[in-house]
Design a protein around this ligand. Structure first.
Ligand SMILES: *Cc1c(COP(=O)(O)O)cnc(C)c1O
Length: 505
């Protein structure tokens, strides 16, 4: 069994065919049957730019035999389709492994779907979107291939190793056993009413925040207040993940404070972190923008300790292991229908952060697990995003109705955050106000409304802690042990015993 982790290794399908045909001398049909029974494909994103398409001329030059085999695979597939859908040339063109054009391209995702017996998405919503949108034509032809395997995370890394104090507190309460079977965390549920446990729980979170604060001071020279809410968005920088929505909210809080400096506010530290792909201009501009806003906001004497914005340098796993245990609020705010699963969301949950999130990816399953009173969901649903787009989305309609958004864009345009680099953020403002491909404007008011509710709820530390404990207690479903058991049972047909020892403890 070979599990294709995205389209990147999909060339293995034709390499396997080459070995069976050229070296093992099998007939085509026997070789193809073995190949399809051997391969399974996991799709990890619906972003079109991530679905690899390779140039045919380059391929012909570098791997002529593999190119020949791809043509043969495609020819046979096209002939089968022509029998099933006579005269439907449009369908044949859409489903072909070869995309016409100059140069012609190989659609690796189509090769992966045709050459595999299983095609899975990585969250319930994503696996549905694959069937109804991304691979709709293929789902009609091969419905039996399609299935879901919701992602999970290694709880031994992201809870036991990264947050030893919390792991110890859990074991002190419910005993051992949960480390090998994370479903056992449900024993924590009744403890959410235990006064002493809640007090210790808050102390653990506070200590973890101090550890992160110390690291930030040592590595970046920034001071943060561990008594403030640590509101965190850490993930690769991408427009669909909407770091812009988070920073626009931070600006709106700053404006509130400027209007009314003495008003009580839940103190927040807005923490951003993540890398941009080297050639992704807009992602780099977003990083620049966050840092520029931070330098204005953090230097404004008026805001005292109520508001701070930090951009983490060099966000990576070793830093992430310090960030999740120190977080109060997890920002999972992608445009509905764009985040295949997300795994950061699970790391936060397992470390007792509450989630503010859209109805996207694994957020939906986290909400199902904890109940809607223990998570902050907001914004358009995936089907609403699709409907609005099909009618022709115009951000101006939402801008008109939001005085706050208008004010913010005016400030950016008039270089309030870039006094020495005039116009530098024009491409960002133009993108958000003219096309807004990820509907930041459409979700802004609903996001601010839920954030206000979060500020209020955070004042009730006891209630907040109860929700945090419940989130951890229900996080067992998001262990990769569960994910791997499902792959083993459903795709690889090598089920593992539920009580199997974990290797390399
Ligand atoms: C978990 C993790 C990610 C993925 O985060 P998402 O929020 O799911 O996009 C990215 N980078 C690092 C370092 C991580 O640990």
């Amino acid at each position: 069994m070979i599990q294709l982790n995205d389209t990147h290794p999909s060339l293995a399908i034709v390499e396997f065919m080459r070995i069976l045909l050229d070296e093992e001398q099998l007939e085509w049909d026997a070789a193809w049957d073995l190949t399809v029974r051997t391969f399974a494909y996991t799709n990890h994103t619906v972003m079109p730019e991530a679905l690899e398409c390779w140039s045919v001329p380059m391929f012909e030059k570098l791997l002529p035999r593999h190119m020949e085999l791809i043509y043969e695979v495609n020819d046979r597939f096209m002939k089968e389709l022509a029998v099933e859908y006579p005269g439907d040339m449009d369908r044949l063109r859409r489903m072909s492994v070869i995309e016409e054009g100059n140069p012609k391209k190989i659609r690796m995702a189509h090769l992966a779907v045709i050459g595999s017996h299983s095609v899975n998405g990585v969250s319930a919503l994503h696996s549905e979107l694959i069937k109804t949108q991304l691979f709709k034509d293929f789902y009609e032809v091969f419905p039996e291939k399609f299935n879901n395997k919701t992602n999970g995370i290694a709880h031994r890394r992201w809870l036991i190793k990264a947050n030893r104090p919390l792991a110890k507190l859990i074991t002190d309460a419910i005993g051992t056993g949960w480390e090998k079977d994370l479903g056992g965390l449900e024993k924590l549920i009744p403890f959410r009413h235990d006064k002493l446990l809640k007090k210790k729980w808050r102390q653990v979170k506070y200590d973890n925040k101090k550890v992160l604060a110390e690291i930030l001071y040592k590595t970046q020279g920034v001071m943060v207040n561990p008594d403030s809410m640590f509101d965190v968005q850490v993930k690769r920088i991408h427009e669909y993940k909407r770091q812009t929505l988070f920073i626009l909210y931070a600006i709106s809080e700053y404006l509130k404070l400027r209007e009314n400096p003495d008003a009580y506010m839940t103190p927040r530290t807005f923490i951003f972190g993540g890398k941009a792909a080297p050639g992704y201009f807009m992602a780099k501009l977003i990083i620049k923008f966050i840092n520029s806003v931070a330098s204005v906001v953090n230097h404004d004497k008026a805001n005292k300790d109520k508001l701070k914005i930090v951009f983490l340098e060099n966000y990576r796993v070793s830093l992430a292991e310090k960030v999740f245990p120190a977080s109060d609020l997890s920002e999972q705010i992608s445009t509905a229908g764009t985040e295949a699963s997300g795994t950061g969301c699970m790391k936060f949950m397992m470390n007792g952060a509450l989630t503010v999130g859209t109805h996207d990816g694994a957020n939906i399953e986290i909400a199902d697990a904890v109940g809607h009173e223990n998570i902050y969901m907001f914004g358009l649903r995936a089907h609403e995003v699709a409907e609005i787009k099909s009618r022709g989305y115009q951000p101006g309609m939402y801008l008109e109705r939001s005085a706050r958004l208008q004010e913010i864009f005016h400030l950016i345009r008039t270089n309030f955050f870039s006094p020495t680099e005039r116009g530098i953020f024009d491409p960002l403002v133009q993108n958000l106000t003219l096309s807004d491909p990820y509907m930041v404007c459409a979700d802004f008011e609903s996001y601010c409304a839920i954030q206000n509710q979060i500020s209020e709820n955070y004042q009730d530390q006891d209630g907040w802690t109860e929700k945090a404990i419940l989130n951890v207690a229900r996080s067992g479903h998001f262990s990769s042990d569960r994910t791997i058991r499902e792959y083993s049972r459903d795709i690889w047909k090598v089920p593992v015993r539920a009580d199997a020892d974990t290797p390399n403890p």
